[in-house]
Ligand binder design. Sequence first.
Ligand SMILES: [Zn+2]
Length: 388
Amino acid sequence: MAKTTLRSQRSPRAQHEAQVLDLLRVQGSASRAQIAAGTGLSRATISAITANLRRSGLIVRSDAVVETSGVGRTPERLTLNPGSRVIVGVEFSHTRVTVVVCDVTHRVLGSRVREHNHDEPWERRLATAIGFIDALVVTPLTLIAIGSGVPGAISERPRVVERVERCLGDRYRVPVRVENNARLAGLAEFSWGAGRDMPDLVYLRLSEGVGGLLIVDDEPRLGNTGSAGEFGHVCVDPNGPVCRCANRGCLEAYVGLGAVLARAGAASVGDLTEALDRAEPRALAVTTDAGARIGLVLANTCSILDISSVVLGGALAQVGDRLVRAVRQMVVRHAHGGGTERLQIRTAELGNLDGALGGVALVLRDRSIPVGRRSTSRSAHDENVLTA
Ligand SMILES: [Zn+2]
């Protein structure tokens, strides 16, 4: 997710082409009016640039997208030429391996998921991912890059990250990017899910681990050391239980999925949801308590950053209304500033593919990885970065 800059020393036309291609790789498809709005280029320039890019085969018309524009002609939308080139997203969560394959127009071509125990060795997790990628990326599909997520708080994390990069990089000979998996789930929700119309956003993922992502001014914010958004390890009680990160009283120790299910006496999220539907007092009390603890951390976050849009993801968010109501109550009660009138709390939309889809979004947003299709025309892009 590191910010990258386009190569300098390019002609104005090549720079304009790069702006259009960058917008399409992040947005998937766009009309010429949307490209003009997104790049600040004039309509005349957009017409000339897109005509040239279409002639060179770098972009094509998207017929798959239907726009609800009422009466009149639907504006033509443009996308990058998929050209059978694909991006793989892999999520290694605490208890699951998920692989998803997408093309550069953001179409999901396939996915695989396998659950495992907490103590599954990394060797087996990697073998599972490789088996899935081999099954999904068949000739004549060409793999561009792999974006992968691993949990933020695990033992020997740097070694795990290096192992994932080396293992997948050696096998597939493509760039491999590794990020925090909760943050990738947030990036996916921001790109395609519940947060897609939220330029400022706090995303919180409530699963075995608790993590998240901050979006400010339409950009993911990582902080000085890349650990911004680690909501799970915000201290809510200095005398509380010891957390897996070795600190005491972290939010995750109270609202991590395992802790909540154990306190509610439920075997799964489905069990907890059913108990809530039956209005069982223990399930109600535990869920309300979890919502209040989450809400307090969110109230402070929203106050400090002056943000009023929240997306709750992860398995625990699937219990729905009861949790969201408790979170909302606490945020409204404790957040400062005018944001609470505009407060929006949504639950995530992308299901359990979210982290792996975030890996795809990570690659699409990383301008140092070329995604365009090789063109036989010299005219359009002889100085362009998208010529892998
Ligand atoms: Zn912790």
